[in-house]
Design a protein around this ligand. Structure first.
Ligand code: HEC
Ligand code: HEC
Ligand code: HEC
Length: 361
């Protein structure tokens, strides 16, 4: 048996060796053109697309899509898209940045392409990026929650009229700048609102009436990669220390504004935690640190929405938000609360702001 098969084995081995040597010659001689100005061979192109499609399908299998129709989700995603994605991918009525237009593979117009992917696949692409294409991964480490609003927005892209795109992104003109002054404040207001407008989504915190020193520190921490957010890190690194101080001043002077209507829920249980804490779980009263002038470094929670506060508590608990001495204070608190207690206390705190009074709603 063995002796009879040997000539066949030799033949195959020689063919494989020949192919490997030929491939090596192409690589070492530098014959394959890697210039972005020349196209792949049709075969290489099909192979790469197959690898990409299969990989995205496989890796997105375990992702559990979240509901995409919460109010404010599409708007927040749209506002990030206009700054973070449109330069490469264009948008209804908007062209690509000419530098991005020279990329190979080119970033496709997503209005035409999103239909090819389900929500989990879109999430996976935006969260992880795509190797060898220039498609970047999400800049906020551990912030999967921030990717879903972008997915919610992309779902709306096919057939979106230009006017709807401009209304959603809040960018009729492209008059934003990072250099300070009104054009920079308008950029922030596009997500956070201003003296007369609440934030665009209850997932973006109100800055109106917030402690100035806390605002300055928060922006510095995003810029230094000490606080993770794919929405705020790119904005913060573009601001000079003077502009940060100027914006913090402007927001701190505005009257507090309420981000969302109150949530009816376990108000009584939440009030006990906020006012008195939980002695048996070693949790101090929230208001002992958060109400009034104990420290300008402790954020005021007035006007904040329940979803934002609950999300931040979970980020502290899961050690996504942390690393600084101030964050460590909150990690200790959040780690001792159950999910139910997080929902209760944030529902009460949000209700208290919305009712405009100190007492429970
Ligand atoms: C620096 C340019 C760049 C930026 C910024 C960028 N992308 Fe991409 N994107 C690409 C490139 C290049 C591809 C790959 C195209 C390919 O494989 O043919 C891609 C692919 C994609 C795809 C898959 C499209 C398809 O059908 O092949 C999606 C979805 C996507 N990007 C969404 C986004 C979103 C959302 C953002 C913003 C959060 C974003 N991209 C930011 C360059 C960019
Ligand atoms: C695309 C929407 C968007 C834009 C534009 C934007 N922000 Fe934000 N900002 C957010 C979101 C979302 C968060 C919450 C991030 C997190 O979870 O840490 C945030 C958080 C913040 C915080 C932390 C607040 C807190 O209570 O901890 C500050 C400070 C801030 N932004 C300032 C600014 C300033 C100043 C500008 C303008 C230069 C700006 N932002 C522009 C979406 C935006
Ligand atoms: C010992 C003082 C202290 C106690 C007690 C405390 N906090 Fe905090 N909290 C802080 C500090 C300091 C920060 C700012 C952390 C940072 O900058 O990363 C903070 C941040 C927060 C934030 C994020 C706000 C934002 O703008 O992003 C929320 C929400 C919050 N706390 C809720 C609570 C709740 C609810 C309780 C009670 C269960 C509580 N805190 C108890 C000190 C405290």
């Amino acid at each position: 048996m063995l002796t009879r098969r040997r000539p066949l084995h030799h033949g195959m081995a020689l063919t494989v060796l020949g192919a490997v040597l030929a491939g090596l010659l192409v690589v070492l001689a530098g014959i394959y053109n890697v210039g972005a100005s020349s196209q792949h061979f049709a075969f290489t192109d099909r192979l790469l697309k197959l690898v990409l499609n299969r990989s995205i399908a496989t890796y997105s299998l375990g992702i559990k899509p979240v509901s995409l129709d919460r109010p404010g989700m599409v708007e927040l995603g749209a506002r990030h898209f206009a700054a973070g994605c449109q330069p490469c991918h264009a948008g209804p009525g908007k062209t690509q940045n000419p530098i991005a237009a020279g990329m190979y593979p080119a970033a496709p117009a997503l209005s035409d392409n999103v239909g090819r992917w389900d929500n989990a696949e879109l999430f996976w692409i935006v969260r992880h990026g795509l190797k060898f294409t220039g498609m970047p991964q999400w800049p906020g480490e551990g912030r999967d929650d921030e990717v879903w609003p972008v997915v919610a927005f992309m779902r709306q892209l096919p057939d979106m009229p230009v006017e709807r795109y401009e209304a959603l992104t809040g960018r009729e003109g492209d008059g934003f700048s990072f250099a300070g002054g009104a054009a920079t404040l308008a950029l922030c207001a596009n997500c956070h609102g201003d003296a007369g407008r609440p934030p665009v989504s209850d997932l973006a915190p109100p800055l109106q009436g917030q402690n100035r020193d806390y605002l300055v520190r928060a922006m510095a921490e995003y810029a230094a990669d000490q606080r993770q957010s794919g929405m705020m890190e790119p904005v913060s690194v573009a601001l000079s220390p003077e502009t940060i101080r100027e914006l913090a001043d402007a927001y701190a002077r505005m009257p507090t504004i309420t981000a969302s209507p109150p949530v009816r829920g376990q108000a009584a249980a939440g009030e006990v935690i906020a006012r008195r804490g939980l002695r048996e779980q070693n949790v101090g009263a929230c208001l002992s640190c958060h109400d009034g002038g104990r420290s300008a470094q402790f954020p005021r929670l007035d006007g904040m929405s329940q979803p934002y506060m609950a999300q931040q508590l979970r980020l502290f608990r899961d050690k996504v938000r942390g690393g600084t001495p101030h964050a460590e204070m909150m990690r200790a608190v959040a780690a001792r609360l159950t999910d139910r207690q997080i929902d209760d206390v944030t529902a009460w705190l949000a209700g208290r702001s919305a009712s405009g009074a100190e007492g429970a709603p």
